[in-house]
Design a protein around this ligand. Structure first.
Ligand SMILES: Nc1ncnc2c1ncn2[C@@H]1O[C@H](COP(=O)(O)OP(=O)(O)O)[C@@H](O)[C@H]1O
Ligand SMILES: [Mg+2]
Length: 308
């Protein structure tokens, strides 16, 4: 590109990610007044295996999720995202700190937290309907017909009514995850913990699932902790984004997403969206570049054939 062409280019005007339109600022101030559903204080997790040096997966993480907040957790691979989800789910014991759900310490798994993982976790031998009914019947507090009518309500919510009698192998990846969301929500948990739930889906289905999730979230009284390593996904979904650093997993920043709600795919190109995404990239990307610098790259070309 010639110098002349460059000089006529307007500089790209990206607003600060901190700029909030009045309605966005008002929304955040209301959000912070809502009750705290999840309180995480100084949470640490160190894995120790015989003969290996200990891994500090999480190092004194503290944050709160307010009622009906959608909180995303983002960070490079190995920064402790899944460990955080498993701790809140009660599947792992913390090495330090505490977690409170509605003010009560979390000790082990409970039906007050629903989980959706990346890998499909439906029982292959049960129909979609029976999969959703499963948790309801295990609790033993519902009759068969009550459980069925409850399960059907949730299948309707995720648009799977027509597939109630199908088996998981007959569903697409996106449909399986919708069934998993229905199953998690049918137990009426206080929180939904989602660990890269759309990570295995193709780009288009993934986008659709993000929109579905936002639609569902607007209809249900649920607080969501959503783990991802996809920057666009985090900005599109989140009220706030918890950014973690790796080795050891530390809280780097808790960012408010200034993109107005309700969200739609058109907003991907809005200044507020680009500003938020740009900020995340600046936080996360330099570290990836640093890591790449360490690769043992050696030259296999001859002088004079440089790639520009
Ligand atoms: N059960 C385990 N035993 C030993 N180390 C583990 C275990 N689970 C996770 N780790 C380590 O803890 C760190 C964080 O892992 P994880 O939470 O899976 O990261 P992420 O989900 O962000 O990719 C990694 O270094 C990982 O190797
Ligand atoms: Mg993970």
């Amino acid at each position: 590109m010639s110098a002349e062409m460059k000089s006529t280019e307007a500089p790209l005007a990206v607003p600060s990610y901190l700029d909030q339109a009045p309605e966005v600022a008002a929304r955040f101030s209301r959000l912070k007044q809502r009750p705290v559903i999840l309180e995480v204080r100084d949470l640490s997790k160190t894995f120790t295996a015989p003969g290996r040096s200990p891994t500090v997966a999480l190092d004194r993480i503290s944050f709160q999720a307010h009622r009906r907040e959608l909180l995303c957790v983002i960070g490079p691979s190995g920064c402790g995202k899944s460990t955080l989800a498993r701790l809140v789910a009660g599947l792992e014991e913390p090495s330090g700190g505490e977690m409170l759900l509605d003010g009560t310490p979390i000790r082990g798994p409970g039906s007050d937290r629903g989980m959706v993982f990346q890998s499909y976790t439906l029982f292959p031998w049960l129909t979609v309907l029976k999969n959703v009914m499963f948790g309801l019947e295990v609790g033993g507090q519902m009759s068969d017909s009550e459980a069925e009518s409850e399960a059907r309500t949730w299948l309707q919510m995720v648009g799977l009514t027509k597939f109630a009698t199908a088996y998981p192998h007959q569903l697409s990846g996106g449909m399986k995850q919708r069934a998993a969301i229905a199953r998690a929500l049918a137990n009426r948990p206080r929180m939904l913990l989602m660990d890269e739930p759309f990570g295995a889906l193709d780009a288009q289905t993934r986008c659709q699932m993000q929109s579905y999730l936002l639609q569902i979230w607007r209809q249900v009284d649920i607080t969501i902790l959503f783990i991802t390593h996809d920057l666009d996904e985090a900005v599109y979904l989140a009220d706030r984004i918890l950014i973690l650093d790796a080795h050891p997993g530390r809280l780097r920043e808790l960012m408010e997403v200034a993109v107005p709600r309700p969200r739609s795919a058109d907003q991907f190109l809005s200044p507020a969206f680009i500003a938020a995404r740009h900020h995340l990239e600046e936080l996360i990307h330099p570290r990836a570049v640093e890591a790449a610098d360490k690769l043992p790259v050696f030259r296999m070309t001859v002088v004079g054939d440089e790639v520009e």
